[in-house]
Design a protein around this ligand. Structure first.
Ligand SMILES: Cc1cc2nc3c(=O)[nH]c(=O)nc-3n(C[C@H](O)[C@H](O)[C@H](O)COP(=O)(O)O)c2cc1C
Length: 188
């Protein structure tokens, strides 16, 4: 069973990106995959900013990355790039921190003008960490997101597109694990 780590990197306690991360983690859990959701904002700030890998909480986060087969990186677009919080976290990883892993980049943003921000800014960083395969990224416009009774509401169009991106992620993980042809495993 592939192990998935969803890393969400919105700094706000009301982060829409984090809610998307929760949604993705729930969808993948439905497929009976082993899923953890790491909220970078919950890591100890001094250890995070001081790149202190000896901090037990930060150390555990590093182990979660190392033990995952698939990583979902969920970030808000800030200033036409991915969040500084995500960069601080990625900078903690060893040079080959994503070797052998399948990575799915996800972003939320306010403007369709920045729909490519993940591809030009985050994708090269993921490649530099040695990811085996980075699947098609997905950008969610914040106006397609909302909350109702504390849970995430997404436009039907966004939900369908996100599902199809998760399907590609699932197929890439199955291929990477050498478990046979796409379509043979559990569906998100
Ligand atoms: C400091 C800041 C900078 C932002 N810069 C951009 C930007 O350059 N492009 C964009 O499309 N949206 C931008 N936004 C909008 C956010 O990407 C959008 O509101 C996102 O959904 C916020 O996610 P969060 O709730 O997880 O923080 C910015 C928001 C903030 C607070």
């Amino acid at each position: 069973m592939p192990r998935i780590l969803v890393v969400s990197a919105g700094p706000s306690p009301y982060s829409g990106t984090e809610a998307v991360g929760e949604h993705v983690a729930a969808r993948l859990t439905e497929a009976e995959w082993q899923v953890e959701h790491l909220r970078v904002r919950a890591l100890p700030p001094a250890a995070l900013l001081g790149a202190d890998g000896s901090d037990p909480v930060v150390g555990r986060a590093m182990e979660e990355v190392s033990g995952a087969d698939g990583i979902v990186l969920a970030t808000p677009v800030y200033k036409a790039s991915f969040s500084g919080l995500l960069k601080v976290f990625l900078d903690l990883l060893p040079e080959c921190g994503f070797v052998g892993k399948v990575v799915l980049p996800l972003a939320t943003g306010g403007s369709a003008a920045h729909v490519l921000a993940v591809d030009y800014a985050l994708r090269p960083v993921v490649q530099s960490l040695g990811a085996r395969h980075t699947v098609q990224s997905y950008f969610l416009l914040e106006r397609h997101l909302g909350r109702s009774n504390g849970s995430l509401r997404m436009s039907p169009e966004s939900t369908d597109l996100l599902d199809s991106v998760l399907e590609q992620f699932r197929e890439a993980l199955i291929m990477a694990a050498g478990r046979g042809t796409p379509g043979a495993g559990p569906r998100p």
